[in-house]
Write a protein that binds this ligand. Structure first.
Ligand code: NAD
Length: 483
């Protein structure tokens, strides 16, 4: 019997009001893992009402007690660490070690939330006028929601939920229908905490359910992570319905390598950046811009090491690169490689038509390197979200910076160099929200906001860190005089 997933509404597991389901597929084995409801507006009503009802009591629960729930949550997740790893691998296709990294990063976001009582203050000025005091009181706002992507199904929900609820809000999660099992496990563990009913809720579904969440009058704010076209829709829809919104979008991340860079360090980090999680990371390095003499040795070494990567099922410890999320993703990625080749790119390593022994139906794409890429090609401009690395040549640092800044995305950019001067210029001039200097994946830790600019982010306050504290609270100004 295939498991049929349910929503979590007001502390109870409840079936969707519609019995229409889609299947959750293990992308490496093609086996069916579960069925997930398509969902309805009534389902969204149910979670929004439960969350709204729970809000008054939850906001008056002391912040230290709210944080203690997350302290216990962290412990329960640690106790089941490898269960989370397995679920992430099975539904997403990444390797065990990548899933371990994801679960660890998710726990770090809980750590941040546990510490919030230390920093969640308002502020006050005495005698703003004679005998009158003025205070900015920080208050929770009500029901927040997250709409999350397939690629970090355990970590991304934890970027938002723990912080939002420790600050006194109540919550709705709508995970990706491609990877809803990590969310399911997150809520199964949450259920063991015996939190007041309705503080945390889970609703499954796709586009219609997302729209219903964004349009619901009881939802005050939405955090979104996913592709740029959808991020823009989310930003506009939330604005139209008077909600707070932070919408993190897609990416096209460049890595510049200067001739003075340590070649061994550069290659190792580019490999991790381009092929980690089979390139399905919003921080994945997708275009290498090699400056001057760095070009040839860099390309040759990348081809050598990428050719040797062992592609396979993520649950096997020997696998170095897992599958992509679905057959549809494999087809899209292969089509984009084909278009790049038609536009003149040279496939020095071609991962199309990859087959893995024992997993004939799996959604695998082999590591791919396209050489001789120029800025006008689609593979240089568009997000591929697969294990495809384009290599471009620039004659100078300035030319490389111009290439980066011509991208419509601005998620992250990295520089490999031994020059402090180039490093400073890069940080100063490059228009991307996360910058790596001799770092391949510039992933903000939980106490810093996750950067993102241009088409990679729509909103003002980013996810994580001090921005999250501002996003999930409002300030009420109180001016008082007593006789
Ligand atoms: P996606 O945009 O297809 O889906 C994300 C979420 O939005 C899912 O829950 C989905 O059900 C929902 N959704 C899809 N279409 C919708 C629509 N038209 N209206 C409303 N909701 C909709 O993204 P994905 O394929 O799941 O994830 C991959 C994308 O996410 C990549 O572009 C990647 O770069 C991006 N991403 C960005 C970050 C970041 O921090 N900037 C992090 C992770 C992933």
């Amino acid at each position: 019997m295939v498991q049929k997933l349910q929503n979590y509404v007001g502390g109870q597991w409840v079936s969707s009001t519609s019995d229409k389901m889609t299947t959750v597929i293990n992308p490496a084995t093609c086996g069916v893992l579960a069925e997930v409801p398509v969902g309805t507006r009534e389902d969204v009503d149910a979670v929004a009402n439960a969350a709204a009802e729970a809000f008054p009591e939850w906001r008056s629960t002391p912040i230290l007690s709210r944080a203690q729930y997350m302290y216990r949550y962290k412990t329960l997740i640690e106790n089941r660490f490898e269960d989370f790893v397995r679920v992430v691998v099975e539904e997403n296709g990444k390797t065990r070690d990548e899933a371990r990294g994801e679960v660890r990063r998710g726990i770090e976001s809980i750590d941040f939330a546990i510490g919030l009582p230390n920093i969640a203050q308002g502020y006050k000025v005495e005698d703003i006028s004679s005998g009158i005091d003025e205070t900015a009181e920080r208050q929770p706002m009500g029901v927040f929601a997250a709409i999350t992507p397939f690629n970090f199904p355990m970590m991304v929900p934890l970027w938002f939920l723990p912080t939002a609820i420790v600050l006194g809000n109540t919550y709705i999660l709508k995970p990706s229908p491609q990877t809803p099992l990590s969310a399911q496990l997150l809520y199964e563990v949450m259920d063991e905490l015996d939190m007041p009913e309705g503080v945390v809720n889970l609703v499954h579904g796709g586009v219609d359910v997302s729209m219903a969440v964004m349009e619901h009058p009881k939802v005050v704010g939405v955090s979104f992570v996913g592709s740029s076209p959808v991020a823009k829709i989310v930003y506009e829809t939330c604005a139209k319905h008077g909600k707070r919104v932070q919408a993190q979008g897609g990416a096209k991340n460049h890595i510049v390598v200067m001739p003075d860079a340590d070649m061994g360090v550069s290659v190792k980090n580019i490999m991790g950046s381009a092929y980690g999680c089979a390139g399905q990371r919003c921080l994945a390095g997708s275009v290498v811009v090699a400056v001057g003499d760095a070009y040839e040795p860099l390309r040759d070494e990348l081809v050598k090491q990428a050719s040797a990567l062992r592609v396979g099922y993520g649950l096997e410890e020997t696998t170095q690169m897992g599958s992509v999320i679905s057959h549809a993703a494999r087809e899209r990625i292969e089509k984009m490689i084909t278009e790049g080749v038609a536009e003149g790119a040279n496939p020095v390593l071609d991962g199309r038509n990859k087959s893995v022994e024992g997993f004939a139906d799996g959604s695998f794409v082999g590591p791919t390197i396209l050489d001789g890429v120029t800025a006008d090609m689609s593979v240089a401009r568009d997000e591929i979200f697969g294990p495809v690395l384009s290599i471009m040549k620039a004659d100078s640092f300035d030319e490389a910076v111009d290439i980066l800044n011509s991208s419509r995305y601005g998620n992250s950019a990295s520089l490999f160099t031994n020059s402090g001067k180039y490093a400073r210029d890069f940080k100063y001039r490059v228009d991307a929200g996360n910058i790596g200097i001799n770092i391949g994946v510039a992933a903000a830790t939980a106490s810093f906001p996750f950067g993102g600019k241009k088409d990679s982010f729509f909103g003002d306050l980013h996810g994580q860190g001090p921005d999250a504290l501002e996003f999930f609270t409002d300030r009420k100004i109180v001016i008082e005089r007593w006789f």
